[in-house]
Design a binder for this molecule. Structure first.
Ligand code: ADP
Length: 379
């Protein structure tokens, strides 16, 4: 690049210390640094600093510096610290000053007109960079707000559903309490009231913990996790439940499953929910099978847990809605299990989806990216 008869380039910039001051606006700072790196040797500057508004109308803060710069910020209208400065050039966007380019030679002498003209041209370019930086910051902020709004909308849906779910059992409990004085000596009434009230209160507590686990998810604790071990544990845990419903529960795991990076407690929560659903969907003498496998694809290896049952399967209308909060076809269901399961799977960079089972039942697939570390038998 040639400006005003002088070659501006990266040569001659070796040994210059240009510091990045603003990790958030990193792209804008990098461009600011590049600009000072061009300007300093070309104009024989000892020090230079590019300052931009922290926020509209606010104080100016350095985003790139060259040489020994002590100033931390410049308040609007305040005298310039850290002088003497050879040139003070405003950066203007749409007629408004949004930053300053301060340049100093060793003696602090003013820049000759030719050099000043070069500096002014570069100040103009810098103003564009500042604008670019502001735009990217605003864009990042807007993206953050959108993500938050999305989450709040989901929370709103959840809270509305929970309020509805909580009101019905409370109405029942209230009716029983109203009847209590006249039935106080009725032992059977007292016992059934106690059982009913405790059952309903447990259900409300369960709903509230589901809501809290969505609103304030416990931090995911990621570590290499053995999916086969988790499958074995959950199958053992739920076996009595399956027997109670006269359903057989088996597991078939692949020996060479690589570890996945996951939060064991959360993976167990997902698997427990899906296997319980499969048991509940199966008729007596039905069969639930949990198997694991590795699938290789161009995107890398995935460890998959498949849960298949011999229940009625998922009609297209049900399949479309099962991950929605509060979608349930059960009398005592909350409809939150699969909704939360999907969120946990995406926290793991994985996915949960359904496919039709060969025997007519449902198949749920939990897919995790394999960590690639210590793959048993694969390395
Ligand atoms: P809940 O179990 O409280 O209803 P879930 O979110 O776990 O909530 O499940 C939502 C709905 O998905 C269930 O009510 C049921 O209709 C359907 N579902 C889940 N698993 C199966 C399955 N294995 N077979 C058939 N339907 C299922």
């Amino acid at each position: 690049m040639v400006v005003d008869g002088r070659r501006l380039g990266t040569t001659g910039t070796r040994g210059m210390r240009v510091r990045r001051k603003d990790p958030k606006g990193a792209r804008g700072s990098e461009l600011g640094e590049a600009l000072l790196a061009l300007l300093a040797p070309a104009l024989r500057l000892e020090r230079a600093v590019l300052l931009v508004e922290e926020r509209e109308g606010g104080r100016l803060v350095p985003v790139a510096t060259h040489g020994a710069i002590r100033l931390q910020h410049v308040d609007p209208g305040a005298p310039l610290p850290d002088g003497p400065w050879s040139a003070v050039l405003p950066l203007a966007i749409g007629g408004r000053t949004t930053g300053l380019l301060l340049l100093a030679r060793a003696d602090g002498a003013p820049l000759p007109p030719g050099d000043r003209q070069v500096a002014e041209q570069l100040a103009e370019a810098a103003a564009g960079l500042v604008d670019h930086r502001r735009l990217s910051t605003e864009l990042a902020h807007a993206r953050e707000l959108l993500a938050r709004a999305d989450r709040l909308a989901a929370l709103g849906t959840l809270a509305a559903g929970i309020a509805h779910e909580v009101r019905n059992p409370l109405v029942t409990i209230r009716t029983f309490i109203q009847l209590l004085p006249e039935r106080l000596h009725d032992e059977e009434f007292r016992t059934s009231f106690r059982d009913m009230a405790l059952g309903e209160i447990d259900r409300i507590c369960g709903l509230i913990s589901d809501l809290l686990s969505f609103a304030r998810p416990a931090p995911v604790e990621l570590e290499p996790t053995d999916l086969n071990a988790i499958v074995g544990e959950i199958v053992r845990l739920l076996d009595p439940e399956a027997r109670k419903s006269n359903v057989t529960l088996d597991c078939r795991d692949e020996v060479t499953l690589p570890p996945v990076i996951g939060d064991e407690a959360k993976v167990k929560q997902v698997l427990m929910n899906v296997v319980l659903n499969a048991i509940q969907a199966s008729e007596p003498r039905g069969h639930v099978e949990v198997s694991t496998q590795v699938q290789e694809s161009a995107a890398g290896a995935r460890c998959v847990i498949a849960i298949s049952d011999t229940g009625p399967g998922l009609s297209p209308t049900v399949a479309e809605r099962i991950f929605e909060p509060f979608f349930t076809t059960k009398d005592s269901g909350s409809g939150l299990g699969l909704f939360i399961a999907r969120r946990i799977m995406s926290e793991h960079g994985g996915d949960i989806r359904t496919v039709a089972g060969a025997r007519g039942g449902a198949v749920f697939l939990l897919e995790f990216p394999a960590s690639g570390e210590g793959r048993n038998g694969a390395e």
